[in-house]
Design a protein around this ligand. Sequence first.
Ligand code: GUN
Length: 296
Amino acid sequence: MTAVVIDGKAFAAGVREQVAAHVARLKEEHGLTPGLAVVLVGEDPASQVYVRNKGTQTVEVGMTSFEHKLPVDTSEADLLALIARLNADPQVHGILVQLPLPPHLNSELIINTIDPAKDVDGFHISNVGLLGTGQKSMVPCTPLGCLMMLRDHHGKLAGLEAVVVGRSNIVGKPMAQLLLGDSCTVTIAHSRTRDLAEVCRRADILVAAVGRPEMITGDMVKPGATVIDVGINRIERDGKSRLVGDVHTASAAAVAGAITPVPGGVGPMTIACLLANTLTACCRANGLPEPEGLTV
Ligand code: GUN
């Protein structure tokens, strides 16, 4: 079998188009412009690239982008004061604090200071609890993007065996909750899982989110399975720097029914879902109906 390649880049462009259409309607009918505030502390090069891309795409869909770039030695009190100001600002519907933060800042405290209604990352403990109990919440962007692609590819997911490899708060755990919410039979595998290959081979849906380059190989994939590769790992090969996922794409694609590539799979969906979450937050804040198909 040669897998169908799920084109995340095209899918993300479609999501952004839908968001842009909703934003135009919000402006026309209600005089509202969704606003997203992104806070970056320090000068980590990868974070700077992410923040720049977020800002550009926010403006492209017609939203307002507020960027707050703070020096690496910003105090916790100053950062908390900025978040309090953003929480109170009616023009700001979404707040994202770029992670990782410098080690002197308490990330959990800072994330849990964001108004949960503006927590477009879905990292606030209230949103984690709401998602875990099947209530309306803000859903973390990367797993939301994966779920959108899976629903599009499969239609209904009920009854499918799903294996999520990786137990991070950002991807693995919320991904498992979302799949459970769609009535999959869910297993979370991790570094201590015994016979990982055997566990993975049970999966109709296999989500790899471990951060280990090309760790999931074709022999770990059930024939016909859908493989979602969340990994973005920069490696050196043949003297060149390249991006690879957590899945060994060539061997997995020979067995899988469908697979997301790296780059161009899950990656572009993350920012598209951040924009979707900002739109959702703006609608909720103003008592308006939520956009269909852009949230769970
Ligand atoms: N750093 C890398 N990915 C993310 C993300 O999705 N959200 C935030 N806040 N920081 C990140």
